[in-house]
Design a binder for this molecule. Structure first.
Ligand SMILES: Cc1cc2nc3c(=O)[nH]c(=O)nc-3n(C[C@H](O)[C@H](O)[C@H](O)COP(=O)(O)OP(=O)(O)OC[C@H]3O[C@@H](n4cnc5c(N)ncnc54)[C@H](O)[C@@H]3O)c2cc1C
Length: 696
């Protein structure tokens, strides 16, 4: 009997992997126009503009609309972005009960910020907000799994000791987008699809500076009267929910076309924070079907090997681990220790697997997982045997009933969706080996925000992966949870501020004219520098010098080169082949700036003695930590351990008059001993004082 159809009927598997998205109604007609310097630019006015229709942006849209806000969403691609197009078989959300004993928000907050460089109050906000985020998604129809008595099924994931994760299968985040989009459509929230934000418009100076709108492009709206396809969105509040900068790296498991808004934010004078912190791990690249190979993919313990130019196979992991048992057990552990972490390269732990794969890539070899073969033995050691695995691994596989002889059968038994998912993209892992690599997967840093999602410029908020709310590490599932919790918080705050009750009507022509001048200055069809050349240069530099392995010299040189590239773009402008590529060219100009900012922060961190943390090993011949392989010490990868003092602070980047300035600030604290007291604290809620709004 086929175990797939035996355990779960095919139609159920289909529904969890092929998630159809709702039809968007057409966006409202643009009836107002601005005439500026030969451009007839349509204008749309809204109380609040949200940039991005991922899980975070749609959450904010729904919550703000329900609070009476006049809200419009603009999006590069309605069902594009990371939430709608990526995921893993452990796409997760935080639940509020762990180890069958209930949970403690303070303990959960401690777990969320355990990697350091995270604001303690933010971690608490995410912890205390998680049950509401989850319950409201369930109310909207998200099929989170429950037991017969209504308890949410949950399990252990990365940086999570107690099991705070849950999942509705490989498409959890897409399902979240779906239920939120259905609600946004039901509420009549206008969505402008295929609309790319290119400049944030602000007015005023110093502390009085505030958002007045956004300059965007709709490539399809280009005409003789409006050659760039510009649209102005005027607003009283702006929520940036444009996701992470997935295009920053060549080796990436982000879906195609994820640019985020870091460059745009820098140009608007917003503070960015923790740009040094990202997540990297094994997955299939976006050139094919981008997917994390975590969870059961590796817990099935497939054979991992590389192929050289001549087609010769190399079972390279055998050069790193001392026994077949140690190697197989560490392949398994990548399931819940998925992100690379320098300290796990030591003592033959699971990140030695990532390092080994990374080194094969450096040698120009392609790396594969073969689910039809068990791992080959480490030279001189016994063959792979399910009865010779480390105790934690045996216990898990035993409980899961995964005693089948071949990895593909263990995978099919534990998670048939994992096989189905690749089949959807014409990759049959039951028949063929799967090519994969160590890829960039998540930006932990981003726009600096306070506990209400406010940036340093009045009226501008950031949520989801656009916001820099995570520290050096984050538990699996914390990204989606943060987007939902802060999506709700910003909506509450915008509503309380009154900024989005009605569309603003002040004239903003001078501000738009200034932004238009900057944009046209950057576009130069005759420039020898094309946006494609910029893409190649930026992605190669980031993957080769700012990935999991960094050295002080290489990062400093990469920083200098990134700065030179941005200066050249400023001098020569960017060329493109077709008018339809103008918005893309500007996104690459902003991505080059984002890359410069990441490298500036990293260079600063390393130069002041920063050690290995999060997903980066800072390799240094004077480092105190030396990873070893079976074949001997890996001297080239000697690295600096993390400096504990760095856990207490965060690095910020701000652009002023074209120059990037770096600073550090202490993490905001959270007083765990402080207790809410109903009669004392109720007035602050009733009067709205909790929102900390300016009083006039
Ligand atoms: C392979 C993979 C697996 C992951 N697994 C997990 C997991 O298991 N658990 C977890 O918590 N997180 C996971 N993450 C991270 C998580 O999925 C993302 O952080 C999250 O989905 C981001 O949501 P978002 O709404 O902020 O952004 P997105 O979903 O990326 O949405 C961004 C939106 O902004 C739009 N946009 C972008 N730029 C512009 C612009 N200039 N103008 C207009 N619109 C714009 C896009 O079209 C899109 O609609 C994973 C990520 C990847 C890549």
């Amino acid at each position: 009997m086929d175990p797939v159809t035996d355990r779960i009927p095919q139609d159920i598997l289909d529904a969890l992997t092929d998630v159809e998205m709702p039809r968007l109604p057409p966006a409202p007609d643009l009836t107002e126009q601005m005439q500026l310097e030969g451009h007839d630019i349509p204008l749309h006015r809204a109380g609040c503009i949200i940039v991005g229709s991922g899980a975070a942006g749609l959450r904010a849209a729904v919550e703000l609309n329900r609070r009476g806000g006049d809200v419009t969403v603009i999006t590069q691609s309605a069902w594009g972005g990371t939430s709608a197009c990526s995921g893993s078989d452990k796409q997760t959300l935080h639940t509020a009960n762990t180890s069958d004993r209930g949970d403690d928000y303070k303990a959960m907050a401690r777990a969320i910020r355990a990697g350091g460089a995270m604001d303690e109050d933010t971690a608490y906000v995410e912890a205390v907000g998680s049950p509401r985020a989850m319950a409201s998604l369930q109310y909207l129809g998200l099929p989170l799994p429950q037991d017969a008595l209504g308890g949410t099924l949950r399990y252990q994931t990365d940086h999570d000791e107690v099991g705070r994760a849950t999942s509705c299968g490989p498409r959890t985040s897409r399902l979240m987008v779906k239920v939120l989009a259905q609600e946004a459509i039901r509420l009549g929230v206008p969505v402008f699809n295929h609309t790319v934000a290119i400049r944030i418009l602000t007015d005023g100076d110093g502390a009085a500076r505030r958002v007045v709108g956004l300059l965007a492009m709709q490539p399809k709206a280009q005409s003789e009267a409006n050659p760039l396809g510009l649209v102005v969105f005027q607003c009283g509040a702006l929520i940036l929910a444009a996701g992470g900068p997935g295009e920053l790296y060549r080796d990436s498991v982000f879906p195609n076309g994820c640019f985020g808004s870091l460059g745009m934010a820098l140009e608007a004078g917003l503070d960015l924070v923790n740009l040094t912190e990202s997540q990297f791990g094994i997955g299939t690249r976006r050139e094919g079907f981008p997917w994390n190979l975590s969870g059961t993919y590796v817990q099935a313990i497939p054979h991992i090997y590389s192929l050289d130019d001549e087609g010769r196979e190399h079972p390279f992991l055998g050069d790193y681990f001392r026994t077949t048992q140690e190697m197989a057990s560490n392949i398994f552990r990548k399931g819940y220790q998925w992100p690379f972490h320098a300290s796990r390269m030591l003592d033959f732990k699971s990140s030695l697997v990532d390092l080994a794969i990374f080194r094969e890539g450096q040698k120009g070899r392609r790396v594969f997982m073969d689910f039809n073969r068990n791992p080959l033995p480490v030279p001189g050691d016994q063959p792979f045997d399910l009865s010779r695995l480390d105790a934690d691994v045996s216990r898990y596989l035993g409980t899961a009933g995964a005693a089948q002889a071949q990895p593909i059968d263990r995978l099919r038994h534990m998670n048939p969706l994992a096989i189905e998912l690749y089949r959807r993209y014409k990759v049959d892992i039951a028949a063929d080996p799967l090519e994969f690599a160590v890829n960039n997967q998540h930006m932990n840093g981003g726009i600096a925000v306070d506990t209400w999602g406010r940036s340093n410029v009045s009226g501008i908020y950031a949520i989801g992966e656009a916001a820099g709310t995570h520290g050096a590490t984050r538990p699996g599932g914390a990204a989606l949870n943060a987007g939902q919790v802060f999506g709700t918080r910003v909506a509450e705050h915008v509503a309380a501020s009154g900024a989005a009750v009605a569309p603003p009507d002040a004239g903003i022509a001078p501000v738009v004219a200034k932004a238009l001048g900057t944009v046209t200055g950057l576009l130069n069809p005759d420039s020898p520098l094309s946006f494609r050349a910029v893409r190649e240069e930026v992605q190669a530099r980031m993957s080769d010098h700012a990935g999991i392995i960094c050295t002080p010299d290489q990062v400093a040189a990469a920083h200098r080169a990134a700065k030179a590239l941005c200066a050249r773009i400023g001098r020569e402008g960017l060329s493109y082949d077709r008018p339809g590529e103008i918005a893309r060219a500007l996104q690459w100009q902003q991505m080059a700036l984002a890359s410069q900012a990441v490298l500036a922060a990293l260079d600063h961190y390393i130069a002041k003695g920063g050690g290995s943390r999060g997903a980066r090993a800072i390799c240094d011949p004077a480092g105190d930590a030396l990873p070893r392989a079976r074949s001997g010490a890996l001297d080239a990868f000697r690295f600096r351990s993390e400096t504990p003092a760095d856990q207490g602070e965060q690095i910020t980047v701000r652009m002023t008059e074209g120059a990037l300035g770096i600073a550090t600030r202490r993490n905001r604290p959270f007083d765990e001993s402080a207790k809410a007291f109903f009669e004392r604290d109720w007035p602050a809620w009733l009067t709205g004082a909790i929102h900390d709004l300016p009083t006039n």
